[in-house]
Design a protein around this ligand. Sequence first.
Ligand code: SD4
Length: 335
Amino acid sequence: MKRRNFIKNTAITTIGIATTRNLLSCSEIEEKKKSAITDKEKASLPLVIATWNVPNATAKAWEVLQANGSALDAVEQGCMVEEADITNSSVGKGGMPDRDGRITLDACIMNKDGDCGSVVYLQNITHAVSVARKVMEHTPHVMLAGKGAEEFAVANGFEKEDLQTDNTRKALESWLIKSQYEPVINIENHDTIGMLAIDTNGDISGACTTSGLAFKMAGRVGDSPIIGSGLFVDNEVGACVATGLGEEVVKTVGSFLVVELMRQGKLPQEACEEAIHRIVSKPNSDYKNFQVGYIAVNKSGVVGSYSIHDGFSMTRYQVNKNENVQSDYYLKQSS
Ligand code: SD4
């Protein structure tokens, strides 16, 4: 080999080795970080968590996970339980209408491969989460809205139904008498369901389904069907789902933020707290008058949840225990 070529080749090889060394040391650090988390808070898999107190929904998801079903099937079937429950007035059939009396549903779903589907302003179909899954699996698109979403659902075998109940009719009548213009947030009692699961393979999926804010303006869509805001799943890192005043979640791209913070090394609890801080520390934030809550899980199965106000909780089914866990909240620290 000529001397000049020898020097050139040696230099390239050396750069190669140096780069590989750097890469190796980076991945070593990553490995150490991961095992530090697992050693500190070893979590048992599978597991499912959901926003609010929804033991029937987590029980359904758990049944799927226990039978070695996928996290994707688990979150879909778990959410469907609440969608069909007419006593849950924030989701599916029996969900609260907009101020013109229409029940319009928003939902999304995201799988371990980063694929996602969503529906917005869907009417007359109970299982919005399943329509979202069909969008993900059977169309080249991510989101379908309104009439198009409804027609797509019917074409895929979903039954059209009247989603109103006596309860929703009465609730609208009494709201119209008061007729406040602003969406009213009852910080004690939202039941939008956001669900995250890790299956026995260690794969993560998530889903979110809601009728949105009660008595919202016609056409209003919140955070729940917006990937990155209401829900985000990154199978390498973890997942997050949001509830509360969707406008505030959208403005901070909340769920993506939580997952990115976990990617940078934060535990789920720390990441949820940081995302809530982003909302409350905005100039002119009116946070005393609205609620936002996040739940998150990392790849090791460590979970976290945080909200602005008291009263938010998460249901967790893990190690054969289905329990409702009250979340820590921002106003406690600041009062
Ligand atoms: C929305 N985030 O439409 C939803 C509402 C919600 O429990 O979470 N309700 O803004």
